[in-house]
Design a protein around this ligand. Structure first.
Ligand code: PLP
Length: 600
């Protein structure tokens, strides 16, 4: 069986192409030359696990002296089909012994594959190699089919498709000279923010990739960047007054403590809490939710009780409750989502009952962007007698937040998503509840007294801050909050709305692209989408080559993706320092991705 593209040709092409974009285009092109895999061979037994996309690989033994093996394989991801073409060129038509001796690592190095495929893709590639080697071992009888659990070698009809000419046109080898003003097709953006001035505060935003593409950072929902002011505050702390807090009598300890507590006051003011006793510094949203689950959950939940979650929660607001359910025997009920990406409030109302002890809900979905109507959800939950925890990880960075207006019992968010250092987050808790809760972690700082018989916990909030706290990150967060307040949270929201509207209008006519989420007015500053027939991983890789940083994957929201009938999606998320030109760059890069990766 002749391979689709011979190995020497692949080697020669790769040597010639030094632009990663061109390599990707070529990879997709050779993927298009693969023989078709008969649908009946796409079985669980022929699936290669460990690949993010679907991959099936089977072998055919060709009689001869000695006998050789032909492989064929297929995938739903065009780039993976390209990788398969390389593997087929390397392995097909060889004897099992030659296959096992083939220097595949050397080949990958020559082609510099790892430089432009993602680590996940790389793992998948090695899973395919392992499958090929396993089948070779099976053929020489080194191992039994049962032991290898791969099914027996099967003869199959190969259908060879003639090699297609690339319909993709000539790939671009270097970044295009961007016009001074990118035509966005939109009227002048009505943003209250002077973005160009603000961007000068963010050193990292001036980054240009080695091959000349300017960085377009659109992964803000995962983590934002930091302005010089926050970076300087962190450096200043370490250079001038760093010490442990609350413990020493010396002047550095006093200074550190004052600054740390000033940060707590900055958080209190930002979210309009009644008192700093209600502000607990944590390592992040996940840690805050776990604190509530361990402390409040273990003390208050039992078999027969119910926790109401929603299908659009981040895993951080799912798994801790599943763990509580395992420990206490309580159960979880799920609020569904409507076809227009909103919580189904009628269904939510029906889920509430005297059994409902807790409602845990995200303020803003990290995938859909949906802004949930807490002004309806929280009163309804309270009326049923439930405590409410709000996951505000995607809300606190982007909109004014008022825990008293929400009337929430617990609110958790992360510093790194709002210009602060990573490693610090906040748990707000209603004092009345925090007072009744046992400490979660035990150790230094969280006690008033320790004797051989036991301990007396410290007052709030220190009862929940065991050990040396996140001192400098908290101080950095305080500075970040000051920066945000200078801009104004209303202005942040207004600017992001301008960008989101623009993104919706520019992405709307990209072939096969479906936006996952409601209209811009109903959501936070992000646009998440799926493009028919193209894997999000591949999209993000093409975008990355052009300097556009987005996130591809399940975004820690697997139940939501399952509900959407997807395993992954691509998310571009904005912040107040992004520009309309960057949104246009996103749209242009996406058009390139469709051109490069589309099968047609
Ligand atoms: C809605 C939501 N909740 C929770 C988290 C977890 O935040 P962290 O990783 O900072 O704990 C995230 C992070 O992406 C999020 O978007």
């Amino acid at each position: 069986m002749p391979v689709a593209v011979p190995l020497h040709e692949i080697r020669a092409e790769f040597t010639e192409l030094d632009d990663p974009n061109d390599r990707m285009t070529y990879l997709v092109e050779i993927g298009q030359t693969l023989p078709l895999l008969d649908p009946h061979l796409k079985t669980e037994a022929s699936r290669v696990l460990g690949c993010q996309s679907m991959v099936w690989l089977v072998a055919e033994e060709r009689p001869g002296d000695p006998p050789t093996l032909d492989f064929t394989a297929d995938s739903d991801a065009p780039m993976v089909r390209g990788l398969i073409a390389i593997l087929l060129a390397a392995y097909s038509g060889r004897t099992p012994q030659e296959i096992l001796a083939f220097p595949i690592e050397e080949l990958f190095q020559t082609l510099q594959l790892k430089q432009f495929i993602t680590p996940m893709r790389s793992n998948g590639l090695y899973s395919m190699v392992q499958r090929v080697q396993t089948l070779a071992k099976l053929a020489v009888g080194q191992q039994s089919a049962e032991k290898l659990a791969v099914g027996s070698l099967s003869l199959m009809p190969f259908k060879v498709r003639p090699r297609e000419e690339s319909g993709n046109g000539h790939p671009r080898r270097s970044p295009p000279a961007l016009p001074a003003t990118i035509v966005t097709g939109q009227p002048a953006a009505a943003s209250p923010i002077d973005v160009e001035a603000i961007r000068r505060d963010f050193p990292i935003l001036a980054t240009t990739l080695d091959d000349g593409w300017p960085l377009v950072y659109l992964d803000n929902a995962a983590s934002t960047q930091r302005p010089r002011q926050v970076i300087d505050a962190v450096v200043e702390a370490y250079e001038h007054y760093y010490s442990n807090v609350h413990r020493g009598g010396h002047h550095l300890a006093a200074e550190s403590t004052v600054r740390y507590e000033a940060a707590r006051e900055a958080v209190r003011a930002l979210i309009n809490a009644r008192s700093t006793t209600e502000i607990i510094f944590t390592p992040g949203t996940t840690a805050g939710i776990n604190l509530v689950a361990r402390s409040w959950g273990d003390a208050n939940l039992k078999a027969g009780d119910e926790i109401v979650l929603t299908l659009m929660e981040h895993h951080s607001n799912i798994v801790p409750w599943q763990q509580v359910a395992e420990r206490t025997g309580c159960s979880i009920r799920w609020t569904p989502i409507t076809a227009d990406y909103q919580l189904d409030l009628d269904a939510f109302q029906k889920l509430l009952s005297p059994r409902t002890k807790l409602v845990a809900v995200t303020a803003v979905s990290n995938v859909l962007g949906t802004i949930n109507p807490l002004d309806r959800i929280i009163p309804q939950a309270h009326a049923a007698g439930a405590v409410v925890l709000v996951d505000a990880a995607q809300a606190s960075p982007h909109e004014p937040l008022d825990v008293r207006a929400w009337d929430a019992d617990f609110v958790a968010f992360s510093g790194h998503k709002m210009l602060g250092p990573s490693g610090v987050g906040v748990l707000y808790g209603r004092e009345k509840l925090l007072d009744t809760m046992p400490p979660f972690l035990g150790g230094g700082s969280m006690i008033k007294q320790v004797t051989t018989e036991g301990f007396t916990p410290a007052d709030l909030p220190y009862k929940f801050e065991a050990g040396t706290p996140v001192i400098v990150p908290a101080i950095g967060l305080g500075k970040a909050i000051g920066y945000l307040q200078q801009i104004g949270m209303q202005s942040v929201r207004a600017h992001e709305l301008v960008l989101t509207r623009l993104a919706h209008s520019l992405l709307a006519d990209i072939k096969g692209l479906k936006i996952l989420g409601p209209a811009p007015e109903l959501k936070g500053g992000m646009v998440t989408f799926a493009i028919e027939g193209i894997h999000p991983d591949d999209i993000s890789k093409v975008l990355d080559v052009q300097g556009v940083a987005v996130r591809a994957g399940h975004h820690c929201a697997m139940p939501l993706h399952k509900h959407l009938g997807l395993s992954a999606s691509t998310r571009a998320s904005f912040y107040f320092y992004n520009t309309p030109e960057e949104v246009a760059r996103l749209a242009a890069a996406l058009r390139d991705a469709v051109r490069i990766l589309g099968r047609t």
